[in-house]
Design a protein around this ligand. Structure first.
Ligand SMILES: [Ca+2]
Ligand SMILES: [Ca+2]
Length: 220
């Protein structure tokens, strides 16, 4: 397991450097301790503030959410100097990415202990020669990347506006390594979605989570 995580450390160096983490190619992983792992299939007791569940595509997931935040407080972490946070996000229906009009931008963000780690946009919208609803992910906003960039599963069915239609939910595995030493860790995840031309914006676009994993690492 440690070897696998060490491989991940090296794999992520490129993006880590972009947002200024201390982790580099020279770092050696000495210890990796799982402190939280939940796929929400069993529903309750996630420890998450604002937890709720629904069935998506045959699986129970955490959500759905629209202009909401969730918080996970973890205490009594073992001695460590880095945390590894991995979140599987499901982006449902007609997210509009960077569009700066009535439909967006559509932001999704994650903070660790109050520090902004991710602030990006997602798009399930069309992208043609003359028109494209660009998104920022896998980078932070504002970047202009094609819809569904970085998605590990872009053809899942929609949840509401395009319920059951393939291609209207995209799955992303958002993974970050962050310098951290405290025995307590607060993970805050939320969105700022904009859709003014509908009476039911929560049906127009929403998100949910199918897995969260947190590990306390000691890196030399
Ligand atoms: Ca929309
Ligand atoms: Ca929107």
């Amino acid at each position: 397991m440690i070897r696998n995580t060490r491989h991940l450390l090296v794999t992520w160096v490129g993006c880590l450097l972009l947002w200024g983490s201390l982790v580099s190619c020279q770092d050696e992983l000495l210890e990796s301790v799982p402190v939280y792992s939940l796929d929400f299939s069993n529903g309750h007791s996630s420890q998450i503030i604002n937890e709720k569940w629904f069935n998506f595509n045959g699986d129970t997931v955490l959500g759905w959410y629209h202009n909401e935040e969730i918080v996970l407080n973890l205490n009594n972490l073992p001695k460590h100097n880095t945390v590894e946070v991995t979140v599987e996000v499901l982006v449902h229906d007609s997210w509009d990415g960077n569009q700066d009009e009535i439909g967006g931008p559509d932001f999704w963000y994650m903070h660790l202990d109050g520090d902004e780690i991710v602030n990006t946009t997602f798009s399930n919208g069309p992208c043609g020669t003359n028109y494209c609803l660009y998104q920022s992910y896998p980078e932070n906003y504002p970047r202009h990347l094609e819809p569904k960039s970085g998605s590990t599963d872009p053809d899942l069915p929609g949840r509401c506006q395009y319920k059951g239609i393939p291609g209207w939910t995209s799955k992303y595995i958002v993974a970050r390594l962050v310098k951290h030493k405290s025995s307590n860790l607060t993970i805050l995840i939320g969105d700022r979605l904009l859709q003014t031309n509908t009476s039911d914006p929560g049906c127009d676009e929403s998100w949910s989570i199918s897995n969260i994993e947190v590990k306390a690492l000691t890196v030399n």
